[in-house]
Design a protein around this ligand. Structure first.
Ligand code: FAD
Length: 520
C-alpha cells in the first residue's frame, strides 16, 4: 500500500491542482492523504500578526476545500497546526512506510524553500520521497526560468512577454499557456488512514478539526465578509467578473479603472477582485488566463500591459524577480532597490497613515477600506504608497509594506514587495520618482476618482458624509460655516492635514534627487 501525502501549501483548490491530479492518476499511489499545515509562516500560531480578514479568509478556504473533498471524493483535508518541519515528520512517523510519497507545491520565497528542504530530509528517514511540483502558483516554472543561462531580470511588460514566449512557446495571442488540468477523477480515500491519524497519541493536540476551523472563522467576524474565502467563491467570482463578461475583458484597461470602485456601487471593485483567490491558491492562474484568452480570441481587445492578461504577466514578472533578486524584501543588499535615505521612522506619521487619520480624505478612505475589508484598488494602493514614501511622509517603503502584508487579503510576498519597490520609485521598473500623485484628487486625476457625488469618500470617512463634494477632498479649505453646516469641523471632528501637501512634495523631491546624486 503506497500512500501519497499531498501537502497543499498555496493550492487550496481541486481544479487545476497538479498535486491531486498526479496522485489521482499515478499507478504507484494507492491512497491519497490531503493535508494542510497551519504554521506561523502562513501567519498562524502564536506569532501570527495577520489581520482578522486574512485569517478568516484562510479558515473559510480550508472549510470549503474540506467540504469539497468530503462531498465529491469521500476524502477530507487533514489540518495540522505547528511548523511543517516538526509536524510533517511526526505525521510521517505515524503513517508512512518505505516507498510512500510526500508531494507539495513549489513556492519560490526563501522561507518556503528552506521549509521544504528540511521536511524533505526529515521524511527521507522514513523512506518517504518528496516531490515539489512547479507551476502551481504561477504559469512559469520559476526555478527553471531563473536557472536558464538566457535569463535576464525583467524590467518591463515587454521583457516578461519575451520570457513567457521563450519559455512556453508562441500561442494564438501571446505565449502558449498550458491548458488547466481537469478535476481529479478519484482521490483514493483511505478511511482507515484518516481514523488512525485522529486516534494517534503523537499527533494529539496538533490535529485541528473542521469544527474548530469553523468556530475560529465565526469568532473573527459575523456576516458575509467583503471577500468570502474558498475555491467555490473563487470560481463563482471568475464566472461573474470574467467568463460571463467578455466585453469587460476585451475592453479592460487597467489605467482607466476607477480607484473608487464601481461608480454606481462604491463597494464593488472596478477590476476583477480575483487577487485574494489567486494569492491563496483558491484559483489557478492558468484558469484565469484561459478565460481571458477565450474572451479575447473572439474580437479586438486591449493588449498588455493594460489588458487583464497584462496584469497576470506582471504577476509572473514579480514571481521571477522575487526568486532571482537577493534580499527582495529589503532595502539593503537588494539590486532592485536604490538606497534612498528615507527619514527616520516616525510613529505618529505612520500610525496616522495606517489608521486613516491623515486629514487627507481620499488617503484615509483607502486606508479605512483596507482595514475593514482587506482590499484596495490598485490605483488606491498607488496613491497611499506614494503618499507614505516619496510623496508626502518620506518614510521607508518597508513600513507600508509591513502594514499591507498584515492586512491585505491578497497579501503576497513577491507581489507586495515588488509593487512597493515600484511605487517608492527605487526599482529599475519604477515609475519616475518625480511623478507624485496629488492626495487630494479631482475628477481629472489619473487616480480615476468619482468626485461628483464622492460616494466612496462619504462611505469610508463617515465624518464627511454631509460635506459638499466641492470641498470633500480638502475639507480644511471649506469656510467654517460650510464645515459647521456639514456637521464636521476640521480639527474637531476630522483631523487637519498632517503635512502641507505641496511643501512636503517639494522637499521630498529634493531629498530624492540628492540621494540619487550620492549614489551616482
Ligand atoms: P485585476 O486588475 O483584476 O488583475 C487581475 C490579477 O492580476 C490580480 O488579481 C493579480 O493577481 C494580478 N495583478 C494585477 N496587478 C498586478 C500588479 N501590479 N502586480 C502583480 N500582479 C498584479 N497584489 C497582490 O495580489 N498581492 C499583494 O500583496 C499586492 N500588494 C501591492 C502593493 C502595492 C503598493 C501595490 C501598488 C500593488 C499591490 N498589488 C498586490 C497589486 C495589485 O494592486 C493587486 O493585484 C490588484 O489591485 C488586485 O485587484 P484585482 O484582482 O481586481 O486586479
Amino acid at each position: 500500500m503506497v500512500n501519497a501525502v499531498v501537502w497543499m501549501r498555496n493550492v487550496l483548490r481541486v481544479h487545476d491542482n497538479p498535486l491531486l491530479h498526479w496522485a489521482s492518476n499515478s499507478d504507484e499511489v494507492d491512497s491519497v492523504i490531503p493535508i494542510f499545515v497551519l504554521g506561523s509562516s502562513r501567519g498562524m500560531g502564536a506569532e501570527s500578526r495577520e489581520s482578522d480578514n486574512r485569517i478568516r479568509f484562510l479558515y473559510d478556504s480550508i472549510t470549503d476545500l474540506d467540504k469539497k473533498l468530503r462531498d465529491e471524493y469521500g476524502s477530507r483535508l487533514v489540518v495540522l497546526q505547528g511548523e511543517p518541519g516538526r509536524v510533517i515528520p511526526l505525521l510521517a512517523r505515524e503513517i508512512a512506510s518505505e516507498g510512500d510519497w510526500l508531494v507539495c507545491d513549489y513556492l519560490q520565497d526563501p522561507v518556503s524553500r528552506r521549509e521544504v528542504a528540511s521536511v524533505r530530509e526529515s521524511v527521507a528517514e522514513f523512506g518517504v520521497e518528496t516531490r515539489a511540483f512547479p507551476s502551481v502558483t504561477t504559469v512559469l516554472d520559476i526555478e527553471s526560468v531563473v536557472g536558464d543561462e538566457a535569463y535576464r531580470e525583467p524590467k518591463s511588460s515587454s521583457d516578461i512577454d519575451a520570457i513567457l514566449r521563450r519559455s512556453l512557446g508562441e500561442g494564438p495571442d501571446g505565449c502558449l499557456v498550458p491548458e488547466p488540468l481537469g478535476r481529479p477523477a478519484d482521490l483514493k480515500p483511505d478511511t482507515s488512514a484518516f481514523d488512525s491519524l485522529s486516534e494517534s497519541d503523537s499527533l494529539s493536540g496538533l490535529l485541528v478539526s473542521k469544527d474548530e476551523i469553523a468556530e475560529g472563522a465565526s469568532v473573527l467576524g459575523v456576516g458575509e465578509p467583503y471577500f468570502p474565502g474558498g475555491e467555490s467563491e473563487a470560481l463563482e467570482r471568475l464566472k461573474r467578473k470574467v467568463s460571463e463578461m467578455p466585453d469587460f475583458v476585451r475592453r479592460f484597461s487597467k489605467p482607466s479603472t476607477m480607484s473608487t470602485n464601481d461608480p454606481d456601487n462604491p463597494m464593488e471593485p472596478s477590476t476583477t477582485g480575483l487577487s485574494p483567490y489567486l494569492s491563496t491558491g483558491c484559483l489557478s492562474v492558468r484558469t484565469v488566463w484561459h478565460e481571458c484568452l477565450q474572451a479575447n480570441l473572439s474580437s479586438d481587445h486591449t493588449k498588455p500591459p493594460q489588458s487583464l492578461i497584462g496584469q497576470l504577466m506582471f504577476r509572473e514578472m514579480f514571481y521571477l524577480l522575487s526568486r532571482s533578486v537577493e534580499n527582495w524584501d529589503d532595502d539593503v543588499g537588494n539590486s532592485n532597490c536604490r538606497p534612498i535615505e528615507w527619514g527616520e521612522y516616525d510613529e505618529d506619521l505612520v500610525s496616522a497613515w495606517e489608521s486613516g487619520m491623515t486629514g487627507f480624505p481620499y488617503i484615509d478612505a483607502m486606508m479605512r477600506q483596507l482595514e475593514a475589508t482587506g482590499w484596495m484598488h490598485h490605483l488606491g494602493r498607488h496613491a497611499v504608497s506614494c503618499f507614505l514614501t516619496r510623496g508626502q511622509l518620506w518614510q521607508n517603503w518597508k513600513h507600508g509594506r509591513d502594514v499591507f502584508e498584515r492586512k491585505l487579503v491578497d497579501s503576497d510576498w513577491a507581489l507586495n514587495n515588488g509593487n512597493w519597490l515600484w511605487l517608492a520609485g527605487v526599482a529599475p521598473f519604477s515609475m519616475p520618482y518625480y511623478r507624485v500623485y496629488n492626495p487630494c484628487p479631482d475628477s481629472k486625476s489619473s487616480l480615476n476618482v468619482e468626485a461628483k457625488e464622492a460616494e466612496f469618500v462619504r462611505h469610508w470617512v463617515p465624518e464627511l458624509a454631509s460635506f459638499p463634494s466641492r470641498y470633500i477632498f480638502e475639507p480644511h479649505l471649506a469656510p467654517i460655516e460650510v464645515q459647521e453646516s456639514a456637521g464636521c469641523v476640521v480639527g474637531r471632528d476630522y483631523p487637519h492635514p498632517i503635512v502641507d501637501r505641496k511643501e512636503s512634495r517639494r522637499v521630498n523631491l529634493e531629498l530624492f534627487k540628492e540621494s540619487l546624486s550620492r549614489i551616482a
